[in-house]
Design a protein around this ligand. Structure first.
Ligand code: HEC
Ligand code: HEC
Ligand code: HEC
Length: 430
């Protein structure tokens, strides 16, 4: 290769690089512009009256629907005073102090500022907030509901408690990265009712997509942490927590609307119990929902198109589930589980959920099954189920092989037809 052609190549390479960089900068600018385009039609309004008790009560109810306290309080700390770390794959973000403290909370915020945070994901000083705060969902909330939430929060006792700084890694912690993220994934929009649907469906859609932020867990997240397919709720793995949130779209007739309402209200029905993060959602939020709102949520979920059933490697191996493993699983089941869940996996009404036909047991993804066996659990305490029974943890009492065996057994006994679970699956969940 001659020296001149080498130099020429370098010049061309430099020019290509410069053009690529310029295009990238343009693309980023365009994305940021897109992200900043918003329908800020409700940006300014006369402030709501904090003396209006009905408004405050509605705000308190909406705060339950949005589970604001679930993220904005630490266990044992003052409610809404913030400080809880939300772990994300990009670092930890701390939920802010929402009490009316002037220095560390929302004391100096106007109702307009509050609306901008909920609807646009911008703080009072204009900086972009991270989507660990589910504003991509909350953007759907109406200005009236935002004002009610504001009135409720403004009348809480003020707590002076600074919010710790996030530990997000570079570049995720930069405003530029957030601007690009918003350009790609965030379109602020108040919920627009669908005139072709019933009022009940629309109320359900408003709650599920908006304040209820069900898609934060029940939809998969892409590599930049944005929920994909958030309208169809096909289920997803919750990053870092290692729980699987199942699809909330069922085949027609698979789950009765009354069953869904009862599960969200009581945390346990004759057919199933809620576990892990969902037990917290029921405990903090859905148990307080009005009957009409629960019915609307159930109606909306039932109208979703059923998610296609995906076969996992475990299911592909189902045919090969070996007889030894199942025999061992049956023995473990008789000794360790049958007292509560019944010899035929039939459970005991209102105490122990049945395992025959149980959604957690036969889920394509066996994570939740393996976790509840290893860690045990309690259904949440609710008005409808004030003294839930508990399940002991088996991580110390059973070997990995025994856990794989009993999990495989319950997935294939009593008409259940899900795939076997291997010791490797058990290991992966630990
Ligand atoms: C899943 C957890 C989660 C839920 C649920 C949640 N938040 Fe937050 N919120 C956060 C996090 C984390 C931040 C901090 C974001 C940041 O610093 O970028 C935040 C920030 C905020 C802010 C901005 C505060 C500031 O100083 O800039 C407001 C306002 C807010 N949340 C209100 C609410 C309200 C109202 C609700 C209920 C309707 C709610 N949040 C529910 C996690 C949550
Ligand atoms: C002392 C009684 C008891 C024993 C023993 C017990 N369980 Fe449980 N089990 C429960 C209770 C109570 C729940 C509901 C817990 C919750 O909601 O967190 C439950 C929940 C479950 C669930 C989740 C059901 C759902 O609807 O999501 C599965 C799966 C399960 N148990 C399997 C087992 C297996 C397998 C064994 C034996 C290794 C076992 N359990 C032993 C009481 C028991
Ligand atoms: C913080 C994460 C999280 C949020 C937010 C969340 N869920 Fe869940 N949900 C889960 C997990 C994890 C499970 C699986 C464990 C279980 O079965 O209880 C689950 C299970 C469920 C189930 C039982 C499904 C079945 O087939 O048995 C229903 C119904 C449900 N969620 C409804 C909702 C609704 C409605 C919302 C919004 C109002 C919501 N969830 C918000 C995490 C979440």
């Amino acid at each position: 290769m001659s020296a001149t052609s080498g130099a020429r190549r370098k010049r061309i390479a430099a020019r290509v690089l410069a053009i690529a960089l310029a295009l990238l900068a343009l693309a980023v600018a365009a994305l940021v512009a897109l992200g900043e385009h918003d329908d800020d039609a409700f940006a300014h309004r006369a402030p709501p009256s904090l003396a209006d008790a009905t408004l405050r009560a509605r705000g308190a109810y909406l705060a339950r629907v949005g589970n604001c306290a679930g993220c904005h309080s630490v266990r044992g700390g003052a409610p809404y005073a913030g400080g809880l770390g939300i772990a994300t794959p990009f670092g930890t973000v701390y939920a802010s102090n929402l009490t009316p403290d002037g220095a560390t909370g929302l004391g100096r915020w106007s109702a307009d500022d509050f609306w901008r945070a909920l609807h646009l994901g911008r703080s009072r000083d204009g900086h972009l907030l991270t989507p660990a705060f589910p504003y991509p969902n909350f953007s759907a909330v109406t200005r009236d509901d935002s004002d009610a939430l504001y009135a409720f929060l403004r009348t809480l006792p003020a707590v002076h408690q600074p919010t710790p700084a996030s530990t997000l890694r570079w570049p995720y912690r930069t405003q530029a990265a957030l601007a690009v993220w918003r350009g790609l994934y965030f379109r602020p929009a108040v919920f627009a009712p669908d005139a072709t649907r019933s009022a009940e469906w629309n109320r359900g859609a408003y709650l599920v997509r908006g304040l209820g932020h069900c898609s934060a867990c029940h939809a998969p997240r892409n590599w930049l942490g944005a929920s994909a397919a958030d309208r169809t709720l096909p289920g997803g793995l919750i990053p870092l927590q290692n729980w699987s949130a199942p699809a909330l779209a069922w085949a027609p007739g698979a789950v009765a609307a009354e069953e869904l309402q009862a599960l969200l209200r009581d945390g346990q029905t004759a057919h199933r119990a809620v576990l892990g993060p969902m037990a917290e959602v029921v405990f903090e939020s859905t148990q307080y929902l009005q009957t009409g709102d629960l019915a609307a949520i159930a109606a909306y979920l039932q109208a979703l198109p059923a998610a296609p059933v995906r076969r996992t490697h475990a299911e592909a191996a189902a045919a090969a589930a070996d007889a030894d493993l199942l025999r061992q699983g049956q023995a473990v089941y008789r000794k360790a589980c049958a007292d509560c869940h019944g010899a035929q996996g039939q459970g005991a009404a209102r105490a122990y959920p049945p395992l025959a036909g149980n959604a957690t047991v036969i889920a394509a993804q066996p994570i939740n099954l393996l976790r509840v066996i290893a860690e045990g659990g309690f259904a949440p305490v609710t008005a409808g189920n004030p003294r839930p029974y508990g399940m002991p943890p088996f991580a110390e009492r059973l070997s990995q092989r025994e856990i794989a065996a009993v999990a495989s057994y319950v997935r294939q006994a009593w008409g259940n037809d899900a795939g076997a679970v291997s010791e490797l699956d058990v290991l992966a969940v630990r």
